[in-house]
Design a protein around this ligand. Sequence first.
Ligand SMILES: *Cc1c(COP(=O)(O)O)cnc(C)c1O
Length: 464
Amino acid sequence: MTASARGPEPSDPRRALPSVGLLLDSPEIAPLLARAPRALVTEAIRTVVDAARIDPSAAPTDNDAWAQAIDAQLAKRERPSLRPVINATGVVLHTNLGRAPLAAAALQAILDTASVACNLEYDIEQGERGSRYVHAVSLLRELTGADDAIVVNNCASALVLALNSLCAGREAIVSRGELIEIGGSFRVPDIMAKSGATLVEVGTTNRTHLADYDDVIGESTGAIVKVHRSNFELRGFVAEADVSELSSLARTHALPLLFDFGSGLLLPLDEFGLHGEPTARDAVRNGATVVLMSGDKLLGGPQAGIILGDAKAIAACRKNPLARAVRVDKLTLAALEATLALYRDPSRAMRHIPTLAMLTSPIATVRMRAEQVRERLYVGGLPCDVVETEASVGGGAFPTARIPSFAVALSGQADEIERRLRVGTHAVIGRIGNGRLMLDLRSVPEAYDDQLVRAVMASLSSPA
Ligand SMILES: *Cc1c(COP(=O)(O)O)cnc(C)c1O
């Protein structure tokens, strides 16, 4: 970084580049070495020097510029792969963005239970080995009316475990209208096939009648499976057998009925304009032998698969060796139990579970927040407007529902703004609409408005 580092032939700009060793020993780099391991700093320096060698015209010109470029490169390496982003897409439960953010009580429960040892598989009353499958069960029974429950890794594994426990080596009957794909790698027929049950399809894509199921029930039938169409709606000339009808049919033939309803909705949201998803209590009441749902969709908790059902069916799941392969961990159980506890007081659940708070927030509140964000960005030198939008639930629930919302629309080249917000120090994910980058406030937890403003300012005020 000094004149002595420069080579003898100034005509070749590469000669002028300082060596890695020289940079490493320079005073400007000392603070970086105090913060990060030497090997990591060395790698960062090498990357910056290599880049300067490839494009000498863009090489740093003085010591401070070198230090700055190396600092930025180091920060990139120090940054965790998994990190927080602000979801301003308007899709409240965004599977790519981690679905439900957790309630403060759930985060506290993780901290309390996971910072020290806990009674994960220890019966404190008896002073002996216990089961991890007892946790959260009494709350699930209380909140859904189910006899018993087991919590596993996610809803897909819940489906595999339930089918394998109740129907392995036998036929599982399912409607062709319900052989659905839930996203990326989750196709109901593929998952079912892995469970050891043989899929028997009945009906047609648009219409399946109770008689279609009845017609194929025979010696080798092991179960009837009903899958809620959680991410699309079938309209027009359609027919399906509902859970109550199927449960009578199943009972007549002494077969289990498995109902995969997905969302994990525990409280009706009709008064907030969201209609058509069953609640877990409805699903249990309608007579399915087991009801399957996710923990991180409308329930608003951690990723988990919950099987609710009668004692015999749940016992079969619990003692299936496959349960070990899909078992839930203590962090999840801590967060799930704390989230469920909030539901004992529904108004508390609505306020403190971020997913429910976002979905049910009055439109006037969302508008006011958008206006406050706009004002702060505008004052900060970023021209923008507040625009009316439609947000959605996402995460495979209320697929066609449009929730009134407001967004801040930034002026300027939308693609470029989108990119800069995304790759900024604190990533903000918006969506492009009408040629502008929109930040929809419906999917941003209210407590994050300030961070949203600061992240946008930081990303758009600094040079690209
Ligand atoms: C989302 C969904 C699943 C998958 O749940 P995961 O918890 O992501 O495994 C399964 N079935 C239905 C009906 C769903 O909506």
